[in-house]
Design a protein around this ligand. Structure first.
Ligand code: IVH
Length: 669
């Protein structure tokens, strides 16, 4: 009985803290304390499966695989909204509503979230099912994936109706989307075009454990049911906050009751300016008649309610001349077509270049040199060409013929079936590919070589001194001194930086050699699992995919990399130069007193250690673990996902922040 009670207590505490963290952005305990509660719960649930609960907070990590999402009928059809692009249309909407009802009514204004629509049903306070919009009458059952989103409650609080549905929009916060794309680019994958498509793709993933790591978020904006507490939209949405939902609040002006059209315009004006401060994308404002009886009286057209309308913000666009299409070659040989534009002012900056994505996009829009084109800045930082002004097309214009050869080395381009991008296959001799691989190798997250930047790489390559990264370690002082802008001091710095880089841990070297799809995290996982380069080189496909987070695509790419003679030679040369080809490990028996008198706080998620292993290693080497940071703390070992508050506190108190790799180094001192 005691166990059952403790499990219930833990579940309640974790739900509360989860809500405070994800929905209120106001945590009251540290990440560490949260993790400890979660760990206790997981252990108890494992030991006593009879008390396990399918909606326990421990289930947020996902794990269920869905091969095919079932299509299910919506209880209430999921309609769309009619759109308007100017204020006159809104005034007409207001007049229409007043005329049909014979009186003025209150409206609710709220944001139009640009994400993936979701309808989630709850029964007796528990999440039942989450459906996508689908065709509006039937949607896909993506419950397993939706349950991993931390801001969506699995179990409700307070005085909720027995049965109801709540609708909203799932999206990637812009900060998360940015990181996701950075990681993709680093591992040689193409960046995702926009947060909405990315969210939609993630929600359709088969493995919910992957979705769980992706940090999707959700705002819920519409409650439907037979027994709702209020007769008005805004009131029910505000009430749903008490049940545990992340809904727009009046306090933050995310939703507002408006008595007349002027107040509606005020709301629109406010968000026209402030929308850029939000960490998610909105594409407009939704205006709804607030009162349910009035809504019912107004009813629906075939596609949308007569009681609501969307006002769409114009995405900031500019029209300018496309002077020339050029082609860029990336580190992995991927070709990106780029529009070179007549400079134009867009959303506060001058735009000279814009992405054209790939051959399909050019063909679809029939983009030609000499055209007047529209450019737009979306959630992504790089502007893109979204349309062509056909009326202004020059008479002598000719259709764009996509390049068939590499712009840099003239090798015939290839296109892998199913992929949008063309590639230059001349991996070993195409200059921008070689240079970009070297730039990746020396970058901060890889070998982090002091005294060596992209410009120097360019210079070394052009002078014929380096053809691949292993040549860097054979550079001689005399030959370097002959180069432009290379004086005694910079040469010494460079050589010292290279020497120092020989101590860089194996996992960073593995990331640095630039195997396609092997990003920073994957490199760490591989290093931890296989321990050294030989084991990775010899691993079979099955052995590779058995590692956490390594899927078919990554495994194939690793095998392909080590099938190439020239890569084997490269590894051999790097090994001869003395670079680290195996993990520095904390052996179980590593016991010392090198950390004596030092106190540590451990925070975040680690790759090379579990949190317990890390704490044990601290103690085994004479150090002391403490729960929270104070001025007496010596080190904060920071993993991924460490809260910003912790970092701030450490910085304020002058506590040194170190990585797990740096920690390993300390124990070797
Ligand atoms: S209400 C019957 N409110 O926009 C009215 N929709 O174009 C149902 N959307 O399918 C929708 N923000 O996916 C509503 N605050 C908001 C919204 C919103 C975004 C999406 C939703 C809907 C589409 C309609």
């Amino acid at each position: 009985m005691e166990v059952k009670k403790r499990i219930a207590e833990l579940i309640e505490a974790l739900r509360k803290h989860n809500y405070l963290y994800y929905n209120e952005d106001a945590p009251t305990i540290s990440d560490f304390e949260f993790d400890m509660l979660m760990k206790e719960l997981q252990e108890l649930e494992e030991k006593f499966p009879e008390f396990a609960d399918e909606n326990s907070p421990s289930k947020r990590v996902g794990g269920e695989i869905t091969k095919k999402f079932e299509t299910i009928e919506h209880k209430y059809p999921m309609l769309s909204l009619s759109n308007s692009y100017n204020r006159t249309e809104l005034t007409e909407f207001d007049e229409r509503v007043q005329k049909l009802l014979g009186k003025a009514v209150d409206y609710t204004c709220e944001l139009k979230y640009d994400g993936v629509a979701i309808g989630i049903s709850y029964k007796n306070g528990k999440i039942e099912r989450a459906l996508t919009r689908g065709d509006g009458s039937k949607g896909d059952d993506i419950t397993t994936n939706v349950k991993t989103i931390r801001s969506i409650p699995l179990v409700l609080n307070g005085n909720y109706p027995d049965e109801f549905e709540i609708r909203g929009e799932i999206f990637y916060p812009l900060s998360v989307f940015k990181k996701l794309n950075e990681a993709r680019l680093e591992s040689g994958e193409a960046a995702l075009a926009n947060p909405r498509n990315a969210a939609s793709g993630t929600l359709k993933m088969q493995d919910s454990a992957v979705v769980a790591e992706r940090k999707l978020d959700c705002y819920l904006y519409y409650v439907l049911g037979e027994n709702l507490p209020y007769k008005g939209h805004l009131e029910n949405v505000q009430e749903s906050l008490k049940w545990g939902f992340k809904a727009p609040t009046v306090q933050k002006n995310l939703i507002r009751k408006c008595k007349n059209i002027d107040q509606i315009f005020e709301f629109i004006d406010y968000w026209e300016v402030h929308r850029h401060e939000l960490d998610f994308e909105i594409d407009g404002i939704v205006i709804k008649v607030n009162d349910y009886d009035a809504q019912e009286e107004l009813g629906f057209t075939a596609k949308s309610p007569r009681w609501a309308i969307a006002y769409k913000y114009q995405t900031e666009q500019a029209e300018t001349r496309l002077n020339e299409i050029s082609y860029q070659v990336g580190r992995t040989g991927a070709i990106t077509p780029v529009a070179n534009l007549e400079p134009v002012l867009l959303a506060g900056t001058t735009v000279k270049r814009a992405s054209l994505h790939n051959a399909d996009q050019i063909e679809k829009l029939d983009i030609r040199e000499g055209d007047l084109v529209q450019v737009e800045k979306g959630g992504e930082i790089i502007p893109k060409v979204v349309g062509v002004n056909l009326a202004e097309r020059p008479a002598d214009s000719t259709p764009t013929i996509y390049r068939t050869t590499c712009p840099e080395c003239e090798t015939e381009l290839v296109r892998i079936e199913g992929e949008a991008q063309h590639y230059c296959p001349n991996v070993w001799a195409c200059p921008p590919q070689i240079k970009a691989r070297m730039a990746h190798f020396i970058s901060r997250k890889a070998m982090d070589i002091d005294g060596l930047g992209e410009e120097t790489i360019e210079q070394l390559f052009d002078a014929g001194l380096v053809k691949n990264v292993s040549d860097l370690y054979r550079l001689k002082k005399d030959e370097l001194l002959l180069l432009d802008r290379m004086a005694e001091k910079s040469v010494t710095n460079l050589l010292e930086g290279l020497e120092k880089s020989k101590q860089v841990p194996f996992q960073r070297l593995l990331f640095g050699i630039g195997i396609r799809y092997v990003g920073e995290t994957v490199a760490k996982k591989l290093a931890k699992h296989f321990k050294n380069i030989e084991a990775i080189m010899q691993a079979t496909f099955e052995e590779l995919i058995a590692v956490d987070e390594i899927g078919d695509k990554i495994a194939e790419s690793i095998i392909l990399f080590f099938e190439e003679e020239r890569n084997l030679k490269l590894i051999e040369e790097l090994k001869e130069s003395g670079l680290k080809m195996e993990m520095e490990e904390m052996e179980d028996t590593s016991i010392s007193n090198v950390l004596e008198g030092k106190t540590f706080v451990v925070s975040g998620v680690f790759t090379l250690f579990s949190r317990d292993e890390l704490k044990k290693a601290i103690e085994d080497n004479g150090g002391k673990n403490v729960g929270s940071i104070s001025s007496k703390t010596n080190y904060l070992i920071a993993g991924d996902k460490m809260g910003p508050a912790k970092k701030e506190k450490a910085e304020k108190l002058g506590v040194q922040i170190i990585s797990e790799e740096e920690f390993i180094k300390m124990t070797k001192a």
